[in-house]
Ligand binder design. Sequence first.
Ligand code: NAP
Length: 649
Amino acid sequence: MVSIQGRNPHAGIPFTDSDDAIAAVLDEVNVPALLCSLVHMTGDVSWVRECTLPQMASAMDYQCGFSPDEQADIRRRALPAVVAYRDGGCIPHTLSRDVLLEMMSFLACKPLEGRIVGMLFEDMQFDGADSRAITWGDEIPADVSAASPVMVIGCGESGILAGIRLLQAGLPFTIIEKNDGPGGTWWENRYPGARVDVGSHQYCYSFEPADHWSEYYCRQPELRDYFARVVEKYDLGPRCRFGTTVTRVDWDESDAHWRVEIVGPDGATETLTARFVISAVGSLNLPRLPEIPGMDTFAGPSFHSARWPDTLDITGTRFALIGAGASGFQIAPTIADDVAQLTVYERTAQWMFPNPVYRSPVPAGDRWAQRHLPFYGRWFRFMMTYPGIAMGTAQYRIDPEFHDDTGHAVNEFNAARAQALEAWIRHGLEGRPDLVEKCLPDYPAMGKRILQDDGSWLACLRKPNVEIVRTGIARIVPEGVETVDGVTREADVICYATGFRHNEFLAPMEVHGRGGVSLREQWGDEPTAHLGITMPNFPNLFCAYGPGTNLAHSASLFFHSEFQVSFALEAIRLALASGARTIEVRKEAHDAYAARHQAEISQLVWAHPSIKHSHYKNPAGKVYTLSPWPLDQYWELTRHVDPADYSLH
Ligand code: NAP
């Protein structure tokens, strides 16, 4: 996040490195991103026009299929161009939109057109301006702004973003955060091995250069520091109240304001008043502890993965890990060599995606390029993001006409995907048919949150001190875990990596809208919101990461947050500019959207009936958590507030 005053933040920091140093750097760069950057450096589009990528980027191969010889040739040809750029004072050429589109098409391996192009340009921000920055601040009279305080609940990824946008809007606001610092889930999850499983270069704000990531999928401390730095950069600290929990939010019709009840670090209760509320409480942070008899009888320490004790020393212990979703999957390989015995209790076998760079550092040369070569970082973000976005949801659709021998695949592509993923499992467990039998899932590939494996998980299961148990747990006893076959495995420590109460949006807050309507009662087990953002009966309240907006298919939640927070700010602007006291989604608009959402999501793999346990599903097996929309479709849906969908009073 280094920037130079006045310079396009994506244009790279000018450099004076020697020719030899540049040659060494080029040996480690990503060649497709380099080719695009060379167009910026030279103004010569032939770098991409006269070159065809063998394939699109993927975590399996960010060099897009270029052979080592082809890469070496491009690196060799690039050297004089980079040197000349340095000697010219590091001034990139301004490229036309047509050329930039040609470069996008080059990386996409096909001509790009239509809606997705608009979204990608908005994200890439070649002109260096934050394309979603709020610019209407001056339109609203100062006294109106001053009388319109906004309460943001949560200082994680979307709460920080909301703070940045509210600053730009010139509205008074406070961010209430229950933790003692920013970062939300990345503040809380400190278990060994915690790292992001969405590529770091797309798991960040679009308007902040991403030239600092040390790993392709960076670890929790780096993410936590990232959020702290952003908070500091935008000077949000004075607006934040950390260690403070919102317990109730009540709509007061008399003055059309929200009363927000908080409990501060000293335990004192206070009621704040806000005209608008933005809930940025996240959705995967309310621990779900299993209901296993005897849990309170265990003699040793036991805890949820998101509550890993800071001072716990697990060296040499017999460690019981219950749950092998995204969290357990990261914990087990990280601790296996430290503990005497690791027993992993896995209720459902997991599909995993081979990802060779999952735990790899970004090479020093590549980091240098991200920092110095013009727009190199942008193009790398594009390469990480585009393939998933382009895939949309077609590959996740249940094809009722499709039948395969297993009865689990939902379409032809899905069957092929399952085969490839199964091959990875069989390869990693070669010679261990006992493990293969335990590890092959019996539901469609991608049907639950796909996990990433660079080989560590499967290698971990093969270790002599590791056992994976697929037998159900009967009870916890003081000395360990007893399974339904009557076997007790002793343990010194139990970690419940059993996930979160994903379907219970905004819990445990009590939220009451018009006429005292309880949001929890309005939702029941079927939480819905118009575009995942607004609910009838709850005027002037907006959700980031609300119902139906988790992403299981592409990009990162930062994209969604940016769309949602912009939408919320646009709605606030509409209310303020029109002189209305409230803006509230019309019930018909909400209901029509909710029906559309259900109709769509129920046709996608995550709703497949063979999936017995999934945090995506509600108790009845229906999915209210995920977005069924391709990213560019959701971008279009949320791009503007349709006044016809809202009543302003
Ligand atoms: P999760 O994916 O819901 O996994 C929970 C695990 O606990 C599953 O193996 C589940 O088995 C098991 N489990 C739950 N209740 C159980 C019970 N009563 N008895 C036995 N086993 C039980 O939770 P998570 O791993 O914490 O991940 C949740 C989400 O958080 C992820 O999908 C992801 O979005 C996010 N996350 C992300 C990262 C990352 O980016 N690196 C890391 C961690 C979490 P079943 O499969 O049978 O339900």
